[in-house]
Design a binder for this molecule. Structure first.
Ligand SMILES: Cc1cc2nc3c(=O)[nH]c(=O)nc-3n(C[C@H](O)[C@H](O)[C@H](O)COP(=O)(O)O)c2cc1C
Length: 87
């Protein structure tokens, strides 16, 4: 089990449509890949926790890194863990 936490600067503000699009797509893909976690935004920043098998987390983060809806991505934690914090 692996946990990755990142913060980034949002480029979509508080546009509910844009946030919904991210959340909807993420929920579908994360469920498929066995990834859980949480996504937070105040309109200017994002913070996200991703938990799952190491390869699934890495693949997901590779897609998130090139997403133009945010920038200045900073990984603050990236390590194996014993169990999930989020279901
Ligand atoms: C802040 C932020 C968080 C995201 N979180 C996830 C996520 O948890 N899982 C996911 O699959 N995509 C997430 N995405 C979306 C991905 O960047 C990407 O658009 C999506 O995985 C679809 O990839 P594709 O366009 O290559 O099909 C996130 C995007 C942003 C901006």
């Amino acid at each position: 089990m692996h946990r990755l936490i990142f913060i980034s600067r949002s480029l979509v503000g508080t546009d509910p449509g844009a946030l919904d699009a991210i959340v909807d797509r993420s929920a579908t893909l994360n469920q498929r890949q066995g990834i859980t976690g949480m996504l937070w935004s105040d309109g200017s920043s994002f913070a996200q926790v991703l938990e799952g098998e190491s390869q699934a987390v890495a693949e997901t983060m590779n897609r998130i890194r090139v997403d133009r809806r945010h920038t200045e991505i900073e990984v603050v934690l990236d390590r194996p863990v014993v169990q999930r914090m989020f279901e």
